[in-house]
Design a protein around this ligand. Structure first.
Ligand SMILES: Cc1cc2nc3c(=O)[nH]c(=O)nc-3n(C[C@H](O)[C@H](O)[C@H](O)COP(=O)(O)OP(=O)(O)OC[C@H]3O[C@@H](n4cnc5c(N)ncnc54)[C@H](O)[C@@H]3O)c2cc1C
Length: 487
């Protein structure tokens, strides 16, 4: 497995075509807007090397018969699902933000199943190709980004009617394919080695060119990355105190301009009927992931809120205590749902564990709501200084600095301590790292309605009606037959 230094060095060796704020950036590793997100991903390497985290952050791979970083692991049983979630919660607690490495892990696990099932149904040989890629990722301890979301254009129209809005195959050769299009919102791609591309929706039989899955290096010819602006990026060049945290997430648009993909890196090509299973496997695993990372982030925000209350002298006030309890209740509900969907996993045809889909969707649906309420309560307890506080430069100014720090002081700790904890809360609710607890919680792994559609499909309302009918003494068969209710 790679050390942190080896990971950073491997990023520098890439020849990425990257734009940040209208400029080409050759080496993003030390770029002030990117460095916090690389620092965050690097924690997945640092913790894997620490003996006390080894059990959770690493796993034995049967494909290379060696210990690998769990982010590159193919799940073998329920224990792996639980350890994955524990790893995510730990990283969420250590960084307080999105650590970007789970999308690729969930994509690998989805493709493991789909390549196996496609081969079974079609007699193709995707699975062996895919396993060769898994070995490469595991041996190199690589970061993969999971690329599913297309631009989608007019959301009502299918890909066949607006091909430019979806990534697609534009040329098929014996040894390679050529792909064109884009993937939006790609988490961690600037900090990755590989991009794993998957279709993101149901496809009709005549949409075979859109039913494509493959992996390419982030610096493959024709791949362009455009870094996404985040709230308060402008502050990244300012003093550390104003930033609130040294960590951060990262998203980018990836443009594929006639990218050549060798056939040994192609995992699906034209099998439109496999698009839905792929989305289902990926979404199931990824919605489970949110039961790990967000509670981890929530722990940090709850801790910061409790600390702010303590410094202000209101830690023991009953309504503040109650608000902190409510934050914990919401946070542990997210976590509990993640544990539940993993515990109730079932074996897939290829023998890997798949989370309970209904509970995974409920888990993610809660994630689209509870972090907002947790953030609201944090802002309540933090007070208005959260958005009205002078900058670190003012606190350092010789004439007014001492006055300001004494004005900021509460019941205990220094004025600077109070400023630091409020800036952390600000960064997690409104600023630099707010994205994971707000819009990413809302849309990552699918918008709320995507989960509600699946919840509706999996809820089994017939079964629930039968339960109610039996207790209420309604003969549903008779009701259906003659339109009357019999008691
Ligand atoms: C921070 C962040 C990180 C992300 N990381 C990744 C990543 O690493 N990889 C990846 O592949 N994706 C990633 N995503 C993308 C994410 O999966 C999408 O944002 C999500 O699926 C919603 O798609 P959209 O953003 O295009 O929203 P839209 O599709 O524009 O949705 C906006 C609204 O319109 C509704 N809507 C859209 N289409 C329809 C329709 N046909 N019928 C009815 N209602 C509709 C939605 O329900 C929603 O309410 C990320 C997103 C965010 C915000």
């Amino acid at each position: 497995m790679k050390t942190v230094e080896e990971y950073l060095e491997s990023l520098r060796r890439r020849d990425v075509r990257l734009f940040i704020r209208g400029e080409r950036v050759a080496d993003p590793v030390d770029h002030p807007l990117v460095a916090p997100s690389i620092r965050t991903i690097a924690e997945s390497y640092r913790l894997a090397a620490e003996p006390e985290h080894r059990e959770v952050f690493t796993a034995h791979s049967r494909f290379i018969d060696d210990r690998v970083n769990r982010f590159t692991h193919i799940f073998e049983g329920v224990d792996d699902l639980h350890k994955k979630q524990e790893m995510q919660r730990t990283l969420g607690r250590v960084t307080g933000t999105c650590f970007q490495r789970c999308v690729g892990m969930d994509a690998l696990n989805a493709l493991y199943n789909v390549t196996w099932e496609t081969d079974e149904a079609r007699g193709t040989s995707y699975h062996e190709r895919f396993l060769a890629f898994v070995r490469e990722v595991q041996r190199g301890d690589l970061v993969s980004c999971g690329a599913m979301t297309d631009p989608k254009g007019d959301r009502r129209r299918p890909p066949i009617e607006q091909p430019d809005a979806y990534l697609r195959v534009v040329q098929r050769r014996d040894d390679a394919i050529v792909v064109r299009g884009a993937k939006m919102h790609q988490t961690g791609v600037v900090n990755s080695h590989e991009i794993i591309v998957m279709p993101g929706r149901a496809l009709s039989e005549d949409e075979g060119d859109f039913a494509v899955s493959f992996a390419v290096p982030v610096d493959a010819p024709g791949v362009t990355l455009v870094y996404g602006r985040t709230p308060s990026d402008g502050r990244r060049t300012g003093p550390a105190l104003d930033q609130g945290t040294p960590y951060g997430g990262q998203e980018a648009i990836v443009i594929f301009d006639d990218v050549l993909v060798p056939m040994e890196r192609v995992f699906l090509l034209g099998e439109t009927e496999m698009a839905v299973p792929l989305v289902e496997y990926f979404a199931g695993h990824h919605r489970h992931s949110y039961g790990g990372c967000k509670p981890g982030n929530g722990d940090v925000l709850i801790g910061a809120t409790a600390l702010a209350a303590k410094l202000a002298g209101v830690a023991k006030v009953s309504h503040v205590r109650d608000k902190l309890v409510e934050m914990v209740h919401l946070n542990e509900t997210l976590y509990g749902c993640g544990v539940a969907c993993a515990t109730r996993c079932q074996s897939t045809p290829s023998g890997t564990p798949m989370v309970d889909p209904l509970l995974a969707n409920v888990c993610k649906q809660n994630v689209t709501r509870f972090p907002y309420e947790i953030g609201r309560l944090a802002e309540d307890v933090a007070g208005g200084l959260l958005v009205t506080m002078p900058s670190a430069d003012d606190l350092d100014e010789p004439e007014i600095g001492p006055i300001l720090t004494s004005l900021l002081r509460g019941a205990e700790g220094s004025g600077r301590d109070r400023a630091a904890v409020l800036r952390l809360i600000e960064s997690m609710t409104l600023g630099t790292t707010a994205v994971p607890l707000r819009t990413e919680a809302m849309h990552g792994a699918g918008s709320p309605q995507a989960q509600r559609v699946r919840i509706a499909a999996q809820a089994d309302f017939e079964d629930k009606m039968a339960l109610a009918a039996r207790i209420a003494g309604i003969d549903l068969d008779a009701t259906e037959a003659d339109g009357e209710v019999r008691r």
